[in-house]
Design a protein. Structure first.
Length: 100
């Protein structure tokens, strides 16, 4: 396995999720926003998102947190339907690929 493969495994990119970052959380509305790697912002609802990984409840989610996500069509359009959180990465893992 090469260095690049190991970095992908460490960053959580070895799974089949799309990857992005939580940019906004609105607890009063039970909603949040995930920014994709391409810069698109996609909403999610606390009530309808499925969590897996490190976060056990939506209160465990943090703005700026890198996540894996899956999308689905809802009556309100395209939304994030599943969020996977990863263990905190070490500072030595390099710069983030999501810059805004």
């Amino acid at each position: 396995m090469g260095d690049n493969d190991e970095r992908l495994l460490d960053s959580g990119k070895s799974d089949l999720y799309h990857h992005g970052m939580i940019t906004k959380l609105f607890p009063s509305n039970n909603t949040g926003i995930v920014r994709t790697e391409s810069g698109r912002e996609l909403p999610f609802s606390y009530d309808f998102v499925i969590l897996c990984g490190e976060a056990k409840t939506v209160q465990d989610l943090r703005e700026g947190e890198r996540v894996g996500y899956d999308l689905g069509w809802t009556s309100s359009g395209l939304k994030v339907t599943k969020i996977k959180t990863y263990p905190p990465s070490s500072p030595a893992s390099g710069p983030s690929t999501l810059e805004g």
